[in-house]
Design a protein. Sequence first.
Length: 107
Amino acid sequence: MYRSQMSPQERSFRSRLRPLISYQEFLKGSLTLRKQRCGKPNCKCAKTRYRHLCLYLTRSRDGQAEQLFIPRDKEPLVRQWVKNYRDAQELMEKISSLYWDKLKRKD
Ligand SMILES: [Zn+2]
């Protein structure tokens, strides 16, 4: 389909989608904070109720849960990648709905 045949709404969604899928990094996953012990015998977490807050990136792949520890210095980057994926997915959903509507209208 030519761009000129698309509704302004669809063109707008696709314009926002293009940079996300053309040159932005993205990944599908969820970020979760966990409280845990670090394992060092002399750390306060071994001796008290203190726990470290650790960030993990998680996903489910072929029914298997996968998790990856994310160091603090990588958090902003990974959050941006996760957001890019979600933004792209949301735009795809919006475009998809336009085609659902089109079929319902039978045009
Ligand atoms: Zn510790």
